[in-house]
Design a protein around this ligand. Structure first.
Ligand code: FES
Length: 177
């Protein structure tokens, strides 16, 4: 790291609001994050793993948790927020019990994305960015799930499906209570 960069990081670090990490994160979360820090040459590299760990608790990461992780890793909260924003499976607001991500990239677009997304929206009664009233599903678009040869593709929670036809949607949704 250059001296200039070090100087800037020190200024940022000095301005970082200190938070009581132990009152925000669980002991298990803190231990897991510290473990990740040992795996990387720089604590910053553990950001994504740390966010994923904390997200497991409530399904999303709130501001207090974000700041606590930043403090633990000793990086600026804005940097941590940048990581969370870049990675589209870290959620910064409450989501349903199951997040449905529909691939809208070109291969899936050509194999039936429009009909599939219309069917899922109709069955759930919500649009992108919304959560069903019962808190069961949140619906979001995503760029490529890496399942391009089996489009149109959908990710529900950690499960990837494809190709999914509109008439299979109801059965698929029933798998998620
Ligand atoms: S384009 Fe849809 S999974 Fe890659």
């Amino acid at each position: 790291m250059s001296e200039e960069r070090k100087k800037i990081m020190k200024i940022v670090s000095d301005k970082m609001p200190k938070v009581d990490v132990a009152s925000i994160l669980t002991a298990e979360e803190i231990n897991a994050i510290k473990e990740f820090m040992h795996h990387y040459p720089h604590a910053r590299a553990a950001s994504l793993d740390a966010l994923k760990t904390v997200q497991k608790r409530n399904g999303w990461v709130d501001d207090a948790q974000m700041n606590a992780i930043a403090n633990l890793l000793d990086i600026a909260p804005s940097d941590m927020d940048g990581v969370a924003t870049f990675y589209n499976r870290i959620y910064r607001q409450p989501v349903g019990r199951h997040v449905i991500l529909i691939c809208d990239s070109v291969a899936c677009y050509l194999t039936g994305y429009e009909a599939l997304s219309a069917e899922i929206k109709a069955q759930l009664g919500i649009d992108y960015g919304q959560t069903t009233a019962d808190g069961r599903f949140t619906l979001l678009p995503i760029c490529c799930l890496g399942n391009c040869d089996k489009g149109p593709a959908v990710l529900i929670g950690e499960d990837t499906y494809g190709p999914v036809q509109p008439d299979e949607v109801a059965q698929l949704l029933e798998l998620y209570a």
